[in-house]
Structure formats: C-alpha cells, structure tokens
Design a protein around this ligand. Sequence first.
Ligand SMILES: *[C@@H]1O[C@H](CO)[C@@H](O)[C@H](O)[C@H]1NC(C)=O
Ligand SMILES: *[C@@H]1O[C@H](CO)[C@@H](O)[C@H](O)[C@H]1NC(C)=O
Ligand SMILES: *[C@@H]1O[C@H](CO)[C@@H](O)[C@H](O)[C@H]1NC(C)=O
Ligand SMILES: *[C@@H]1O[C@H](CO)[C@@H](O)[C@H](O)[C@H]1NC(C)=O
Ligand SMILES: *[C@@H]1O[C@H](CO)[C@@H](O)[C@H](O)[C@H]1NC(C)=O
Ligand SMILES: *[C@@H]1O[C@H](CO)[C@@H](O)[C@H](O)[C@H]1NC(C)=O
Ligand SMILES: *[C@@H]1O[C@H](CO)[C@@H](O)[C@H](O)[C@H]1NC(C)=O
Length: 606
Amino acid sequence: MKKEMKIFENSPTCVIGKMLLRSCILLLCTSLVKGGIEDIRTKDSKGKCIGNIVKKYFKRSNTISLVHMGNHNELVKVLNTMQLKTIISRSPQSNMTILNEHYVIDANSSTYFIKQFRYLVYERRWNPTTRFLILIKNLNVHDLYNVFDILLRYHVINILILNSTADPDIYTYNPFENFGCGRRYDRIIDLGKCSKSYTKDLYPDKLITGLRNCTFNVASTHWPPFSIKRPINSTYIMVGIEEYIFRIISQLESFNINVTFIGDGEKFSTISENMSIDGPLSFVQNGADMVFGGLVLVEARTDMFEFIYLHLLDQDSLVYLVKKAGRVQPWRNMYLVFQVDVWLTLFLIFLLYFLLFVLFFRPKDKSWVVLKMLSFMFSSGTGIRGSFFKRSIFIAWVWCSYFFSSYYQSTFSSVTTHPLMEHQIATVEDLERYNLKSCVSETILDYIEATLHDKQRFETLEQCKLYLDSIQFVSQSEHEYFTVVHFHKYQYYKLDYYNEYGEETMYKLDKPIYSSLNCIYFYKGFPFIDKLQMYALRVRENGMINAHMSRLYREFQIHYKFKTKDSKELEVLVPWGILGLGSCLSTLVFVGEILIKKFNDKNKSK
Ligand SMILES: *[C@@H]1O[C@H](CO)[C@@H](O)[C@H](O)[C@H]1NC(C)=O
Ligand SMILES: *[C@@H]1O[C@H](CO)[C@@H](O)[C@H](O)[C@H]1NC(C)=O
Ligand SMILES: *[C@@H]1O[C@H](CO)[C@@H](O)[C@H](O)[C@H]1NC(C)=O
Ligand SMILES: *[C@@H]1O[C@H](CO)[C@@H](O)[C@H](O)[C@H]1NC(C)=O
Ligand SMILES: *[C@@H]1O[C@H](CO)[C@@H](O)[C@H](O)[C@H]1NC(C)=O
Ligand SMILES: *[C@@H]1O[C@H](CO)[C@@H](O)[C@H](O)[C@H]1NC(C)=O
Ligand SMILES: *[C@@H]1O[C@H](CO)[C@@H](O)[C@H](O)[C@H]1NC(C)=O
C-alpha cells in the first residue's frame, strides 16, 4: 500500500496534480484578496464620487431625500461619513411632510425602480423640478431607455443615472434639445466615468431654446368668460380670457397652443387620498400640458399642480344671488308714503288737540269736534267763531294739518316717478330671517366642501344641479330661494336674467362668501412657469385683460334686444289715479260748497 503511494507520488501525473492544487489554492487566495481589495476600493470611490456630486450640485438645499428602493442604508453610511447635509432617509411610500428638495435614489434594479417610482410621483410633496441622482444596480442599456421613458413621462429633467458599479458611468438625457419640448429625447447622453466627472457640468441648463417651436396641448372647459367654446360656424370671434393670455404669451415666446374642449366644466375637480383626480383637472394627468376654465385655487391643488394666478385685475368671488325685490302693490303706496312713526305722530297730535278742545271748550257734541278737525285736515275751510283763545288753538290745528297734508301730497307725487320697492333681501341675516331656501349647483357645493370642508351647509333641489339652471330657477321663483355663484361668470351671463325691458331681476348680496383665485393649471414640472406668470401679470398690468373682458362682454351682450317701455305710466297709473281722483273730488266739493252757500244766501235774502 505504501509502495503504491510512493509510486503515485513520483509519477508525472502526481506532479501535475500537485501543481494544479497549488495553483488552485493560489488562485483562490489571490482572487479572494483581490476581490476584497476591489470591494473596498469600489465602495470608497463610488461613495466619494457621489459625495462630491452632492456637495457640488445639491448645495442650495437644506435636505436631501434619500429614497431606498430595495437597497438599505449602504448609501446613507457613505454619505453620512462625508457629513454633507441633513439626509432624510425614506422609502418611496412614505408621506413627506416637507418638500423634497433633492432626490438621491438607490434602487436594486431598474424594474423595481420603475415599479416604485410612481409612489414618489403621487405624493403631495413630489418635486420634479429639482435635481435627481439615481443609482441603479445591474443596469443594462435597454433598461436605461425604460427608465428615461418613465422619467420623461413625469417631467423629470435634471437627472443623473449611475450604474451602481465600482466607478460608475453617468448617464443623462435632454428632452428639450432639438426642440423636443419635454416630450421626446433623441439620445442618451453618456457623461463618462464618475471619477472623471468633476471636470464636467453635470446639471447644465437644459432649457436653452426656451419654449420656442413647441406646441402645448391645452384642455379647456367652456366656462365664460375664462374659456369660451366657440360653436362651429359661429359668428363669435372672441376667445376666453385664459386663451387670450396664452395667445399673447405664445407670440412673445414663439410657441403654439392646441386647445381641445372637454365639456362644460360643471364637474368640480377633486383630489382623492390616493392622488387620483377627477373632473377637468384630470386631463393634466392624462397628457394635457395645461387646463383652462377659470378653475379656482384650493389648497389641495397647490400641491398637485403648477399654476398661474393673479391674471385678473379684480379677483373672482363667490356671491349670493337672490331675486330682486319688485315694486309694491300700487294701492299700498297710499299708506307707505309715510312711515309708521309719522303716522303715529299724526295720530297722537290729533288725539292731543282733540283732548285740548274737549278740555277747554267742553262741547256738547264731541263728534262735531272730530268732524271739524278732520275737515281741516283735508283742507276744507269753515269759519271759526269764538274767543281769541279758541280761534288761536283752532288756527294752530289748521296750520299743523296743513303741513301734514301738503307733505303727504308732495311725497305722494314723488312716488309716481320713484316707485316704492318691496324690502330687498340684502344681507346674510336676511336670508335666515326670511327663511330663504338654497338652490345651489353641484359644482359650487363641491367647491364649498373642498374649501370649507362643510357639506351640510346647503342642500339642493333637482332643478338646481346645474350652474345656470340654479340662477334661472331663483330668478323665476317668488323670493323663496337664493343661490351662490362665481361673480365673473354671473356677470357674463347677466343679461340672460334681465326681464323683457332690460331690468335686472337678480340681486347680488354685497358681501361675498369669499373671494377666489382663478388659475391656469399645469403639470408639475412645466418649464418656465415663473416667466409665464410674469408675462401674465404684465398682460394684466397693461390693461389688456380688462380691455379684452369688456370686448368679450360687449360681443356677447350685443345680441340681446330689450323692449323699451313707452312710458313709465304703467307703474305710476294708480298713484296718479288716486291723486287725480282726489283732486277732482275736492274741486267738486269746493264748487259744491260755493254753490250751496250762494243758494243759501239767496234763500236768506228772499
Ligand atoms: C429589490 O428589492 C425588493 C424589495 O426588497 C425585492 O422585492 C426585489 O426582489 C429586489 N430585486 C432584486 C433584483 O434584488
Ligand atoms: C399624506 O399626508 C397628508 C397630510 O400631511 C394627508 O392629508 C394625506 O392624506 C396623506 N396621504 C396618504 C396617502 O397617506
Ligand atoms: C452596468 O454595469 C454592469 C456591470 O458592470 C454592466 O454589465 C452594464 O453593461 C452596465 N450598464 C451600462 C448601461 O453601462
Ligand atoms: C420648428 O419645428 C419645425 C418642425 O416641427 C421645423 O421644421 C422648424 O425648423 C423648427 N424651427 C426651428 C426654429 O427650429
Ligand atoms: C359650417 O359651415 C360649412 C360651410 O359654410 C358647412 O358645410 C357646415 O355644415 C357647417 N357646419 C355646421 C356644424 O353648421
Ligand atoms: C390638437 O390636439 C388634438 C387632441 O389632442 C389632436 O387630435 C390634434 O392633432 C392636435 N392638433 C395639432 C395641430 O397638434
Ligand atoms: C383612488 O381612489 C378612488 C376613490 O377614492 C378610486 O376610484 C380609484 O380607483 C383609486 N385609484 C387608484 C390608482 O388607486
């Protein structure tokens, strides 16, 4: 057995075997050592390189959002040792309470990145305009296109993608070159190795051609005067205010807009917990670049969109509308010319004088005194006999009643040209006092709910569901309902609610519920928002918007024809009638009195 062994040892096969074994061990050892060395160096160089990028390019922020997608803590340790900034270590699903200032994303694979990225986007504090640094493990070129497609869809521009290797390659893209307008990219830009990157500008300004030669898709509702859908072949030529502003800005910045109308805008866009949006604003999530339609600003929307505001000189507001008070019934003018206190005073003075007469002169027939006093009130004359004292008191009464009757008559004649009105419901307290019921459209109810979080304020009737219907309903009701509208829209349609003589039938309460801001909404990350905002303000300051608004109103309202009233006699007939009849009667009585006197005198002289 031993011999056998020896033989085996000395045989050539054995020597080769030994050598093989040795080299194997050596190889194993060296590869182990080498691997270890490389690992350490990798981490170091990758971490250092990323640290340098963060230090150089993320310096304007206070915090960095470090998003983990499958990898944990590796990068945190590296960045922490470099003591750069406050690092917020988060997962894609966590709900940030502060704005994400810069993103560093560490993903274990591109598929996992694509899956998780939407959680970042559907977050209120999502911030696509900031700078991004994304590390992805095992990235291949095909994946790279998928990743950039996703980033393009969510309008992320300032981005570096690093293949998570020892000395990673840096990739980026530019959807604004070759007039891509943020819609397409023609190539992936290779910025070379991370370790060599310090010579380059990694986050250049990519929007060098501005908005030139771009066409933006606009979804627009029909919501005059902000956006107006012109019927095909209509004679109207005017566009809504928001389209007008953008047509002007597009001339300045040489871009185009392609406006698509998407309905009447009655649906109020709400944003649900999971960040899904309905109504007109959902078009921003589905490919439109901006939405027109006088959409008001509410808090939830500020987080979800970019917007332009303050382009109107006088801001819109939510106002109460009630039916305008009509004229009082004609015969009521007779007593309404004096107010209650005047009538009361008259009555008291009458009583006072009556008591005076009764007290001083103690007449047998007291009704005679009353009749005499009344006859003075109606300016009919009689002789007064008696002592000086008695006559003075009577003359005082004559004087007093003369004042009353002439005031009454002059007021009464003024009523014929300034007719008296019913009480106008003009305050919110009145609404309650007169127990008016609400007739408020759905869209306003949703708006109120979104701003005040208060659904139970108004309930609504079936006939009031639509915006203009609610105004129509109130204008035809008998002072039982009120509605709530946006002032500008009502102002535009105002003449629809005039009567045939061109008189208003609706009354706007002075105090608005609250004022509202109308905005033009864009997707988050729309380029040059500040510039567009500034242009909108300049357009407003030049008075162009107000001029456009008045042209708009004029164009819409010029088509209304109202009857002109031949005269105002219809309303003044009764007061004049009463006045006329009274005058005739008193003239007749006066003449009669003279005749009777004459007749009596003749009889006496006979
Ligand atoms: C990445 O991480 C996620 C979550 O930990 C895991 O489900 C997934 O399998 C990982 N992918 C790879 C390629 O490791
Ligand atoms: C995120 O937090 C906000 C309040 O900060 C809350 O209104 C919202 O519902 C939260 N979203 C989710 C998906 O939890
Ligand atoms: C990323 O690194 C891996 C491993 O080194 C390599 O196979 C792959 O080609 C690299 N991907 C890109 C896009 O450079
Ligand atoms: C604008 O785009 C058109 C094609 O869409 C192109 O022919 C034209 O050259 C572009 N204009 C500029 C200034 O590049
Ligand atoms: C618009 O006018 C054209 C010709 O003037 C006519 O052919 C077309 O039918 C009209 N369209 C409508 C919707 O009236
Ligand atoms: C305008 O948008 C509509 C709908 O998005 C589209 O069908 C149409 O081709 C666009 N027009 C232009 C000129 O881009
Ligand atoms: C979000 O929630 C709404 C209801 O609040 C639901 O209809 C919609 O399907 C949800 N969307 C997603 C993406 O979960």
